[in-house]
Write a protein that binds this ligand. Structure first.
Ligand SMILES: Cc1cc2nc3c(=O)[nH]c(=O)nc-3n(C[C@H](O)[C@H](O)[C@H](O)COP(=O)(O)O)c2cc1C
Length: 202
């Protein structure tokens, strides 16, 4: 099977979506052809769209922006809609990660992606709404399925199984396995450091 992994974060470094994508890639057996794509601008090359059309499963990894999907990704989806894609036997999956701790925060973003699938005539596979994404970029050394990535590991395995069996499932809403209050304390420390570095006032 040809599988497309699409990183739709606009960040060039320290991206949670990129960290998720690389962990997820490790769950796909070697006999499949896995192609990585980046959608970090408001348009995609038509050559890339052609390549995407040759993949039976598309998995989007993206950040939650203002309770929805980032606007550059909306533009890319719109571009594909305008162009029209003949192959309808494409299963689409999405992993949305949010700054908020509660995975449910991502439900509207996943619903937006599903709506787009319905309009395109594609099959919506399933999604994962993951809360606590910003912690991931500093946890690259921790294997998926271990410690703070335990629940994420089992959710990703469920999604990978759905991809490999060309099937659908219910969306899963999960959080990083890290105490909520500590996550908040660390987030606030990060904000203070950011303010200081940019000479902002508390
Ligand atoms: C413009 C903008 C809007 C955001 N909106 C939300 C939001 O509505 N809810 C939320 O939980 N996080 C929000 N975030 C935080 C991101 O979802 C979070 O930092 C995520 O981990 C970024 O993923 P990435 O590193 O893959 O880009 C927002 C971040 C930015 C830059």
């Amino acid at each position: 099977m040809n599988i497309a992994l699409i990183n739709a974060s606009p960040k060039r470094s320290e991206s949670a979506s990129r960290a998720l994508l690389s962990d997820f890639k490790g769950l796909l057996p070697g006999e499949h052809t896995v192609k990585s794509f980046t959608m970090n601008r408001p348009s995609i090359d038509e050559e890339e769209i052609k390549e995407l059309c040759g993949c039976e499963a598309w998995i989007f990894f993206f950040p939650l922006y203002v309770d929805g999907i980032p606007s550059h990704l909306v533009s890319c989806l719109f571009q594909m809609e305008q162009l029209g894609i003949e192959n309808k036997d494409i299963y689409v999956y999405g992993i949305s990660n949010s700054g908020f701790y509660e995975g449910k925060q991502n439900r509207n973003a996943l619903a937006i992606l599903k709506n787009w699938c319905d309009k395109m005539g594609f099959v919506w596979g399933m999604g994962i709404g993951f809360g606590g994404g910003p912690a991931l970029s500093s946890m690259k050394g921790i294997p998926l399925g271990k410690g703070p990535k335990s629940t994420l590991g089992s959710a990703c395995r469920t999604l990978a199984n759905a991809v490999l069996s060309h099937s659908t499932g219910d969306n899963l809403y999960i959080s990083i396995d890290f105490p909520r209050f500590l996550y908040k304390v660390m987030g606030e420390m990060g904000w203070r450091q950011g303010f200081k570095a940019n000479r902002g006032k508390r």
